[in-house]
Design a protein. Structure first.
Lengths: 272, 283
């Protein structure tokens, strides 16, 4: 399989920044080869169990070099480097109930992804890319209470994606005339920090009614019913005091920004 | 009726209120980090051999800005030597400083750094407590002098001026420069601080400038460092690491030290060859 447009994700901790970059003379299309094996089994009349395992080889993987400038850069191609990768999953499992008052499915994936052989990243060593999520679990249920009433429920869990955090810091005094830098981050191997997992539960209640020429349903749904504050991005901040040579940090801390809290909504659908 | 509406709205209002505040402080578990020795050694011609040896810390470790600050940060009791021209100088574990601009050192030698270009220097540090050794090499580059500094008042508003600085680059060698521009005093935060290689030049003339932002009587300190490639790589990596930590449009970068050894050090060992021009803006 070939891919001609590349999604480039920065590894930094702050706001996730992705760039779509086309293939060019120097940036070849990404190529993957995959082998997969799977099986399905029907238990009784309406319980379907599906299992699949796969392995994927990746070539011409594109990533940013260390210190790349992403924004407003006319020479972005000079910030890219080419390597390889692989990904595999020994377990992609789905159990689906197709009929009855209660229907739905449970899906679980256990997978790994790695990239490496980049000449200027990690000394060529392999590392997890940003979207290497180890576990992915989703549960969807639909319960028909009656012809008019229906309850829906969804629960998703995904391992956090990875990011590149500094592990240490030091103070740079600098040359005469230069500015002392009290906080120089020390970065180790790329992408060694894993965000907290993403979890979300949604609930919905559907009420249906029929008019003379219409079909209606009113849905009250609550997105993220547990109001879990899943991290969208994390940034670093610090407290400081004023000294004769400038601001001196006294404490460094991380702050998390979430995107969606609990979100109720009311929807009316109708056909006529 | 009004009361019934409020009764129905209130739960949603409370829900929205609780759902706000989407930013909060969090604990982050980082991999364990072993403190590394940090070397900052800039050899300035005509000045004593001096070196600052400190420690690095875990990223979220407290700063400890108290009476133990220097004791915690400075790495003492190391054995520091610098070899050059067939001789070896010892830098003693003594505290010294320059008052202006304020710079401190915890290892100082007795001799002065020779001003002759082309001399190779070798640094060797034995860390205390059998914590390993640090090695570094550098060379004294020739001075690249500032040819001239020109003050130009704005043709549109003759109360503001800019300063232009001209340097002649040697097109036969690969050169790297660092430009520092300070207003009023060398202790001030630099107005300009950037690195530049000479590979982008189409002529030997290198020009640096300011905007029309200076008034009559302002003092400008113009420093052009002629630096080695490894110092260029080091300082560029420091800038990129700082920027990558806070800017979502920049990729982080590891530090590219030019010191190495079993002590697993960070830092830089280099010669500071520079020309500095002090200009008072006058008509």
């Amino acid at each position: 399989m070939n891919q001609y447009v590349h999604l480039l994700a920065s590894s930094g901790l702050s706001l996730p920044t992705d760039v779509w970059y086309p293939s060019t003379e120097n940036v070849k299309p990404e190529v993957s080869d995959q082998v997969a094996i799977g099986t399905s089994y029907l238990i009784g009349d309406n319980l379907l169990v599906t299992w699949e395992g796969w392995y994927k080889w990746l070539r011409n993987q594109v990533d940013f070099i260390d210190g790349a400038e992403l924004f407003g850069n006319d020479e972005l191609e000079g910030e890219l480097t080419i390597g390889k990768g692989y990904a595999f999953s020994p377990l992609e499992l789905e159990i689906e109930k197709k009929e009855g008052k209660l229907t739905g499915w449970i899906g679980y994936t256990l997978a790994w992804a790695r990239r490496g052989d980049f000449p200027v990243i990690n000394d060529g060593e392999y590392f997890p890319p940003r979207f290497d999520t180890r576990h992915n679990l989703s549960i969807v249920a639909l319960w028909e209470l009656s012809k008019r009433w229906q309850i829906t429920a969804t629960w998703v869990y995904t391992s956090g994606y990875v990011s590149w955090l500094p592990s240490g810091r030091y103070t740079l005094q600098d040359v005469p005339g230069g500015q002392t830098q009290p906080l120089v981050p020390v970065y180790g191997d790329r992408n060694t920090y894993r965000y907290p997992p993403y979890m979300r539960a949604d609930l919905g209640i559907v009420w249906k009614w029929w008019g003379k020429h219409t079909q209606n349903d009113l849905t009250l749904s609550v997105y993220n019913v547990t109001d879990r504050r899943n991290p969208y991005f994390i940034y670093i901040d610090y407290d400081s005091i004023v000294t004769p040579v400038g601001d001196a940090p006294t404490r460094i801390f991380a702050k998390q920004v979430s995107l969606f809290p609990i979100l109720p909504s009311l929807t009316w659908n109708f056909k006529f | 009726m009004k009361t019934n509406i409020l009764t129905h709205i209130a739960p949603f209002a409370i829900l929205v209120f609780v759902a706000c505040n989407l930013s909060r402080e969090v604990d982050i578990d980082l991999p364990e980090y072993d403190s590394q020795p940090v070397v900052e050694c800039y050899l300035e011609p005509g000045k004593p051999f001096r070196l600052l040896l400190t420690r690095s810390f875990g990223f979220f470790d407290p700063f400890g800005v108290d009476s133990n600050f220097f004791q915690n940060v400075l790495l003492q009791d190391a054995v520091v030597t610098i070899s050059y021209n067939g001789q070896t100088d010892t830098l003693y574990n003594t505290f010294s400083f320059d008052a202006s601009p304020l710079k401190v050192y915890n290892y100082t030698g007795l001799n002065l750094v020779p001003a002759a270009p082309g001399i190779n220097y070798n640094l060797h540090i034995e860390l205390p407590g059998n914590a390993g050794a640090i090695e570094g090499q550098t060379v004294m580059l020739p001075l690249v002098p500032i040819d001239s500094t020109v003050v130009q008042f704005s043709p549109d508003a003759d109360t503001v001026a800019r300063v232009l600085t001209y340097v002649t680059d040697d097109p036969n060698t690969e050169n790297y420069y660092r430009r520092l521009l300070n207003y009023y005093s060398l202790d001030s935060v630099p107005e300009q601080d950037f690195l530049t290689p000479d590979r982008f030049l189409s002529t030997p003339l290198l020009a640096f400038g300011t905007g029309y932002e200076l008034g009559e009587g302002d003092t400008v300190y113009n420093t052009i460092f002629h630096i080695t490639k490894d110092y260029y790589d080091y300082y560029e990596s420091v800038q990129l690491a700082i920027i990558g930590n806070i800017n979502p449009f920049a990729q982080p970068s590891p530090i590219k030290s030019n010191v190495s050894g079993s002590g697993n050090p960070l830092g830089v060992f280099t010669c500071l060859v520079y020309d500095r021009d002090t200009t008072v803006v006058m008509r």
